[in-house]
Design a protein around this ligand. Structure first.
Ligand code: ATP
Ligand code: MG
Length: 487
């Protein structure tokens, strides 16, 4: 492919691409080139590495190599030429091989032709040419290949004008999109994920084909689906991906809890906000302040309890009583349904959803005791909770916007002061259960819990400071009240 022509016509955008050899100056490519030469076969770098190199997206850590011939043999040869002789992992069923070198994962595959059946996304495979292999790629921007062959080293092979699509920011399938998406429905999610990661648009026919083929997503494993959802959530502006999921009707199939939030009802002239679009704004907001996947999940799910709890009350207007509690229960069901991990991460998301309104309530009246309770309940997660609540501010009224942010500033300041003084973040009761038993000569019993709780409450309420002497004094007094006497 006469690369120079492309470079000339997109000089502004792709100025830096004057020599792809630069990308291939890396040792590993030289070694692969040499190995392929010894085996007398052609080899190419293809896919994500090439795409991300051209986009200057930072280093792409996995490299895909196509051999016109056996990918497994090429991998073995490459390993034998490398000083550290890396282990070659072979995946016989897929005819691929992988090795690690220079901090990168290099995957080798023989050029192939694929044909699909209705029920499965695993195709029949036969050996093919480089073009066959480029034909089976999902998007034009993922079908770009760089030659590792001596005479053409560094040349770009771009049969579908992928470079043009990269420059224009377009996701397009090399072949008929209906066939591409129906063959392997995971590609629908990949299209949306790339659109979100790269902030590209999906070309019109493709978008329509995704909409038509959306139900095919049911043949994809939940783990794969979650992988893509996570990548969408981790993209710079996740609303790009979620809006596309919504637009194509895929969202309702994957996360019906979110589509249930859509819409605005009006009764007696009173309206509530559209909690679906609000949620997407919150996710975008939080993404400016955190890269933590689970905090982003929390933002995505923080309002899901609002659909099942929505009521109109004649005096109060629209209410969503207990939506935080209901929402946190729904988090568990959603994680379970999608086969996501039911571990500490899920508990964190539940906790964030459950506590998501607490700082808001507090910001209306900041008392020391309310702040102590918030710190006590949130523990280590107090910072994340504040980040979530600030992201939750989506009002378009500038005065209100400033006021809400200011309120949270006050809350943050108060949290700092109270925390410095009272140390309730990782609350350890200043008087232990053993000491209570010892003092009143008690066996393990209900009374001990009652006294411990009373001490904790007194500290949180500010009746006594979080200190040993005061707590011991309080314990003796409390014991007396419930009819105990020290031994
Ligand atoms: P990333 O690594 O960021 O996920 P990538 O494009 O490198 O992006 P991989 O999953 O690593 O994605 O796949 C490498 C290449 O394999 C892709 O660029 C594409 O050419 C091809 N590919 C991957 N998955 C599919 C698929 N489902 N259908 C067709 N081609 C695919
Ligand atoms: Mg990759």
């Amino acid at each position: 492919m006469p690369l120079k022509i492309f470079v000339d016509s997109w000089q502004e955008k792709l100025q830096y691409v004057n020599n792809y050899k630069q990308a291939l100056s890396n040792n590993i490519f030289k070694v692969i080139s040499l190995a392929a030469k010894e085996l007398q076969l052609e080899s190419y770098v293809i896919g994500g590495f090439v795409r991300d190199y051209i986009l200057q997206r930072g280093e792409h850590k996995d490299i895909d190599i196509v051999a016109v011939g056996s990918g497994i043999e090429l991998a073995k040869k490459v390993s034998s030429l490398l000083p550290h002789k890396p282990k070659v992992q072979i995946f016989k069923t897929y005819g691929t091989a992988m090795l690690r070198a220079y901090d990168m994962e290099v995957e080798f595959v023989g050029a192939r032709k694929e044909s699909y059946s209705e029920e499965s996304r695993n195709p029949e495979v036969e050996t093919g040419t480089l073009e066959d292999d480029q034909n089976r790629r999902d998007f034009t921007i993922n079908a770009l290949a760089l030659s590792l062959n001596d005479e053409t080293y560094g040349d770009l092979l771009d049969p579908f004008n992928g470079l043009q699509d990269l420059s224009a920011g377009v996701i397009r399938t090399p072949l008929d999109p209906d066939v591409t998406y129906s063959d392997d429905p995971l590609r629908m999610l990949r299209a949306i994920r790339f659109a979100s990661q790269l902030q590209f648009r999906i070309e019109k026919d493709s978008l329509q084909a995704i909409t038509r083929n959306r139900n095919r997503i049911k043949i994809i494993s939940r783990e794969r689906i979650v992988d893509e959802l996570n990548k969408i959530l981790l993209s710079p502006k996740p609303s790009v991906g979620f809006s596309l999921l919504h637009k194509t009707g895929m969202l309702g199939l994957l996360l019906p809890e979110l589509t249930a939030l859509e819409g605005i009802d009006e009764i007696e002239g009173q309206r509530h906000k559209d909690n679906f679009w609000h949620t997407l704004e919150v996710v975008d907001n939080i993404s400016e302040n955190t890269n933590d996947l689970w905090l982003r999940w929390a933002a995505l799910l923080h309002d899901i309890g609002k659909a099942p709890t929505k009521k109109f009350d004649e005096n109060l207007g629209w209410t969503f009583h207990g939506h935080e509690f209901v929402g946190s229960k729904m988090v568990y069901k959603l994680f379970k349904r999608l086969k996501m991990p039911l571990n500490e991460k899920m508990k964190f998301v539940q906790k964030m959803v459950y506590m998501s309104s607490r700082p808001i309530v507090l910001s209306q009246e900041v008392t020391d005791s309310a702040v102590r309770r918030l710190i006590f309940d949130a523990g280590e997660d107090i910072e994340d909770l504040m980040t979530l609540c600030e992201a939750d501010i989506t009002t378009k009224n500038p005065r209100r916007y400033r006021r809400y942010h200011n309120n949270f500033k006050v809350v943050r300041q108060k949290i700092k002061e109270v925390e410095e003084r009272d140390h309730v973040r990782n609350f350890q009761p200043p008087v232990s259960g053993e000491e209570i038993m010892e003092t009143f000569d008690l066996k393990p019993s209900r009374e001990i819990g009652v006294i411990k709780d009373a001490i904790k409450e007194a500290i949180l309420e500010g009746v006594i400071p979080n200190e040993y002497d005061a707590a011991r004094e309080f314990m003796l007094q409390k014991g007396k009240e419930i009819g105990l006497s020290p031994k």
